[in-house]
Design a protein around this ligand. Structure first.
Ligand code: SDX
Length: 426
């Protein structure tokens, strides 16, 4: 039986339908609220507001559940590859062997970046943050690939270009920032191995792709591939709703992800752990600061708007830290520090009362350090992983014939009407 809610306002009773999701989530459909009552809702940060219905990703923050198109992320991390997971998110089902081989061939055909783009990289000031460079370069792709005639063909080739070229562009920004020659993608290497090779191959010492690192990178990007309506995905949807091209919408997502409260947290975690290490490993001082309301310091990599339990991605990332560091006999003191910090925080009443657990960013930086990725590239690594999710979410909108321009309302609290005063009378 359809449920509804009643709002009594100024002596009148209004009814609004309850929408129920396939996992039992419920929401009040207020799409006609203003038209019927003249009222709007107010929800800063949208903590209580659903922007859409979606079939892509399911999260249960209380139970620490994350599934892509119904498949638990733990199973995908164990058995899938990043490209297969990207296919699942974007197309709604796992690919056949032939389909996967065809996509890999398309990636090879589209992995190069126009040579003129190298001039752009060379003209960014030294020390420019790779996220600012990536956002600019993705936006610039539109200039090199003008719109095709048929929208279907346009979307398909744009998706392939974005997923394939983002690796090349990220590796290029790293190589050029160090004054090294650009390494081109190789058709004989798979997606993740190709990226690592483009980053680290040198004429002096050819790069040998280590299987454990290749697997770790697949898992890292699978864990970051989508996360329902987070800040950067909402940016992609909102910017896309103006019917701008997909390159520009993804560029907006990159910019939104850059912030330290969102995707920038993985870089902020390593910087925080490094500061604690310099402070003689005094992680108790960091915990005390995180609890001090007068101190703006927050424990980076802890807390989440949705997860009020352990982030399932953090659990997998933590296991991967051990696997990589053991295999490479790489001893990272920051991992020991992170584990001690986690142990203390999870027993502390403040963190327990506030439901603050490690999120995906808490251990991911240690995995990236083990791969040799520089800290200022950590958020770029998050962005590459999130490309399939941003594209899938944008495509879900684009496929919706009722896709409306996103335009929230407000409650005005500024000055009442007043007259203009000429400058010589002020
Ligand atoms: C990602 O949305 C997604 O899905 C994002 C993401 C994805 O995959 O796309 O999962 C990726 O962005 C993970 C989050 C990475 N960010 C960080 O690790 C930065 C540190 N964490 C926080 O700043 C914070 O936890 C947020 C931003 C992640 C969530 O903040 P909320 O939901 O807006 O909660 P809030 O800021 O209102 O805090 C609620 C309370 C406050 O205390 P009170 O004033 O209620 O007493 O919890 C406290 C906060 O002070 N709190 C923290 C804290 N996080 C929240 N206190 C200390 N350290 C922290 N990290």
């Amino acid at each position: 039986m359809a449920e509804n809610v009643k709002i009594v306002y100024e002596g009148k009773t209004y009814e609004f339908p309850i929408i129920v999701g396939s996992e039992g989530e419920k929401g009040i459909d207020i799409s006609k609220l203003r038209q019927i009552t003249g009222l709007i809702t107010l929800d800063p940060g949208y903590a209580n507001t659903g922007s859409c219905t979606s079939s892509i990703t399911f999260m249960d923050g209380e139970k620490g559940i994350l599934r892509y198109r119904g498949i638990p992320v733990e199973q995908l991390a164990e058995h899938s590859s990043f490209i297969e997971t990207a296919y699942l998110l974007i197309n709604g089902r796992l690919p056949t062997r032939e389909e996967l081989d065809h996509v890999s061939a398309l990636f090879n055909d589209n992995s190069l970046v126009h040579e003129d783009m190298q001039i752009f990289y060379q003209n960014f000031p030294r020390g420019s943050h790779p996220m600012g460079i990536l956002s600019s370069m993705v936006n610039a792709l539109r200039s090199f690939y003008p719109e095709l005639q048929t929208i279907e063909e346009e979307i398909n080739i744009t998706v392939i270009r974005l997923l394939s070229k983002v690796r090349t562009m990220a590796a290029m920004s790293y190589r050029i920032s160090r004054g090294h020659k650009v390494v081109y993608p190789r058709p004989d290497l798979k997606y993740c191995a190709n990226f690592l090779n483009m980053m680290f191959d040198t004429p002096v010492k050819p790069y040998q792709v280590d299987d454990i690192l290749e697997k770790a990178l697949n898992v890292f990007w699978i864990l970051h591939a989508d996360h329902e309506q987070n800040c950067s995905t909402s940016a992609v949807r909102l910017v896309g709703s103006g019917r701008v091209n997909l390159y520009a919408a993804i560029s907006a997502g990159i910019a939104a992800l850059w912030g330290p409260l969102h995707g920038g947290a993985n870089q902020a975690v390593i910087e925080m752990l490094t500061d604690i290490q310099k402070d003689g490993g005094n992680y108790m001082r960091a915990v005390a600061r995180a609890k001090d309301k007068k101190d703006p310091f927050r424990l980076m990599g802890f807390g989440h708007r949705v997860y009020k339990a352990y982030d399932p991605r953090a659990r997998i990332m933590k296991k991967m830290c051990h696997r990589i560091l053991d295999k490479l006999s790489f001893d990272d003191p920051l991992l020991d520090l992170a584990k001690e910090l986690e142990e203390v925080a999870l027993k502390d009443d403040y963190f327990i009362d506030h439901n603050l657990y490690p999120n995906v960013d808490f251990y991911s930086g240690i995995v990236l350090r083990a791969m040799g990725i520089p800290t200022n590239m950590f958020t770029v690594m998050f962005a590459i992983g999130r490309f399939p999710g941003w594209i899938a979410q944008w495509k879900e909108c684009s496929d919706d014939p009722n896709w409306r321009l996103g335009r929230p309302r407000q409650i005005y609290i500024g000055p009442e009407k007043k007259q203009y005063i000429p400058i010589d009378q002020r």
